[in-house]
Each structure stands twice: as C-alpha cells, then as structure tokens.
Design a protein around this ligand. Structure first.
Ligand SMILES: [Zn+2]
Length: 300
C-alpha cells in the first residue's frame, strides 16, 4: 500500500489531503479556487500545495499518485473538464493532463459526486454495503450510483444527473430548461427561494437549515417540502435499480433528520411497500472528507 494525495476541487475552495496507506488524512491544505485566474494558475497553485504536502511525508516514503474530484460535467477517461457553469475560468480544459505535466505523478480525475460516493462507500456510511446511491445536495444536486462495488457511468457518462430528475411535471422551472427538477426543491438556493417567498426575507440556504434546527416554523416547512421531493426521487431510483442504501451528503444534508425524515416518509407513497421497507436513507458520515478520501482511493 502507498501514500497518495486526494484533492477536492470546489467552486470556491480547493482542499488537499495527504492520505496514509491505512486511509488516514495525515496532513491537509486549503486554498481558494480563484478559477477566474485560469487553468495554468489553478494547476500551478495545486502543484505548489502538493509539493508542500510531500514535505510532510515520513522519511523515505513517496507519493504514488493524485486523485481529484471536480465539479461536473467531466470526462473521467480523458480527465478533461467540460463546461462548468460556475467556473468558466477552467471550463473546457484538459485539466488532468496539465496537472499531470506539472506534478510528474499519475493523476486521476472524476466528477466530485462520484468521488465523494467512493469515499462514503469505502470508508463512511456505505462501508458495509455492496451497492449504494449517493446524493449530494448543495448549491446543485448530483448523484452517483455504485453497483456491486463499481461506479456506474452510463452509456455516455451522464448517469447520476438525478438533480434534474422531474419530481413534479407541473413544478418550478429549472435553469436546465426542464420543470420540477429535484434540484428546484432541495438545493441550498431552492431552500432560500422558498423561504423568501413565504417569509419575505432573503437568507441563505444554510441559514434556513440553521433556523429550522432552532424551531422556525417556516424553515421547518421549507425543509419538509424539500424532504418530500427527495423521497419521490429516492423511490423512483429504488424502483428502477433496486439499490437499497441511500447516503445523502452536501451542505443541505447537515439538516439531518429535518430533511431525511420527510424523505423516509414520502418515499413510501411512491414505490412498492416491499421496496420501501428495505430502503435505508442515511446522512453522510464523512462530511467534507468524503471527497478527499474518495479521491485518494481513486488515486490508488
Ligand atoms: Zn433541472
């Protein structure tokens, strides 16, 4: 077994971790993404942080490779980033190739939801399961499917775009052009919008979650509605692929049972009783470390 580095490339921050042969994050770095500076600058700054992590290695040890989770859409085979709506500065670039040239180390790159799913599957809430669905709910909503230990990519790499699964054909317009997508109910901005509509006050999705925890009736109602939409999506996925463990990650998942209990309740209305009875909906157990540990796993 070997030492590797896991990287979580986010919209605003890049987290890096030096991961030991027994899958512990022994040293960390965190820098601003500043994607507007372009791919050369972002990869140069990542490379500098990797060099600094290498100094933390025990004597005589080396790094075998680097794994990186990036916001989608990505091509996990070529390592190219496609059009990232929130990160135009590094969109449509051969990101993996450029980073590989700077580091002279093997680099693997995949979609951040898939990478975090690997983390939860091997080291977190899904570690006792053979198959698992991971749903990440933050600014956007994405998902990853692990079946009998392997990630499912689909025929043209779009498996897991479950944030844009329709949960109400008469629902709200989504920025993707469709209507009633899961994302329009459960994302952080969706929570903020629903709260503002009901209460006339503009706050962030994280603040909606915080107020719900403090007992704010409007915030609780917004989370309940989000949870019910999540339950419809879970039921539909479960009926299609018969995978029973669902792990929910991302910032909005920090609402915990305030979000997950309404989902557990509503999913029963949208699938067979025999299927519903076996579905487990669990909050992420690794939080932000899911992506770092998943990226490290991929690097191995
Ligand atoms: Zn959509």
């Amino acid at each position: 077994m070997t030492w590797v580095i896991g990287i979580d490339l986010g919209g605003s921050k890049i987290a890096l971790g030096l991961v030991s042969p027994d899958d512990q994050i022994l040293s960390r770095r965190r820098i601003d993404t500043d994607a507007d500076e372009g791919v050369e600058s972002v990869t140069a700054r990542i490379s500098a942080q990797v060099d600094s992590l290498i100094l933390d290695l025990p004597g005589g040890e080396t790094i075998a490779g680097v794994g990186i989770g990036a916001p989608g859409p990505v091509d996990h085979v070529s390592g190219d980033l496609h059009t990232l709506v929130n990160l135009p500065g590094i969109s449509n670039t051969p990101f993996r190739k450029i980073l590989h040239e700077k580091l002279s180390l093997p680099v693997k790159l995949d979609h951040d939801a898939k990478v975090a799913a690997l983390g939860e599957f091997h080291f977190g809430a899904g570690r006792d399961r053979d198959s698992m669905i991971y749903i990440v709910i933050g600014t956007g909503v994405g998902a990853a499917i692990i079946y009998e230990g392997s990630l499912i990519y689909g025929e043209s790499n779009s498996a897991g775009e479950s944030g844009h699964m329709t949960v109400d054909p008469n629902g709200r317009l989504c920025h993707c052009g469709s209507r009633g997508c899961l994302e329009t109910y459960t994302s952080g901005p969706a929570l903020a919008r629903q709260y503002a509509l009901a209460q006339g006050e503009t706050i962030t999705g994280a603040e909606v979650t915080r107020r719900a925890s403090a007992g704010d009736a409007t915030a609780l109602r917004v989370l309940r509605e989000a949870g019910r939409a999540l339950g419809i999506a879970i039921a539909t996925i479960a009926m299609t692929v018969n995978i029973e463990q669902f792990v929910i990650g991302g910032g909005v998942a920090s609402a915990g049972d305030l979000l997950l209990d309404p989902a557990r309740e509503s999913l029963k209305d949208y699938c067979f009783e025999s299927v519903a009875a076996r579905i487990k909906v669990t909050a992420s157990s690794l939080g932000e470390d899911a992506a770092l540990l998943g990226a490290a796993f991929m690097a191995r």
